[in-house]
Ligand binder design. Structure first.
Ligand code: DAT
Ligand code: MG
Length: 137
């Protein structure tokens, strides 16, 4: 069993896509283990995206992810990290296949609807940044 952190980013929340996105995970057989709507602080955003600190798009990324509430969730299941990444589609929506979340709902890399952890180490760090153990079921 693996757990991964998923965010429906502010653009996905603004487009009323929370339910649609959760439905895709649930239909696949993955389980929601924690769920809440939160407005991320700048500090939390910088920690979440620490691997991108120093890149030219870092400030824009932090501004965007803090621009409105996100739907934060832990998705759990067999190989959940990779399964979620495949359901999300490629980082640049222009390369995301139709049928994937980004391939169906996004056009720009800066506003690509959804986040999913990219490995076990990042999943553990990202989950701790959003949820206390008591919030996980
Ligand atoms: P992913 O979200 O698929 O894990 P990532 O971790 O490489 O992709 O980057 C995090 C986010 O940063 C990504 O969802 C959108 C933004 N981003 C990545 N590369 C970018 C670029 N070249 N220009 C603008 N934004 C970018
Ligand atoms: Mg990433």
């Amino acid at each position: 069993m693996q757990q991964t952190l998923v965010l429906v980013k502010p653009d996905g929340v603004r487009k009323n896509l929370i339910g649609e996105i959760i439905a895709r995970f649930e239909r696949r057989g993955l389980r929601v283990a924690a769920l809440k709507l939160v407005k991320i602080t700048k500090k939390q955003a910088k920690f979440h995206y620490a691997e991108h600190d120093g890149k030219p798009f870092f400030d824009e990324l932090v501004d965007f992810i803090t621009s409105g509430p996100v739907a934060a969730m832990i998705i759990e299941g067999e190989n959940a990290i990779k399964a979620v990444r495949r359901l999300m589609g490629a980082t640049n929506p222009l390369d995301s296949v139709p049928g994937s979340i980004r391939g169906d709902y996004a056009l720009s890399i800066g506003e690509n609807i959804v986040h999913g952890s990219d490995g076990e180490e990042s999943a553990a760090r990202e989950i701790k940044n959003f949820f206390t153990p008591e919030e996980i079921y």
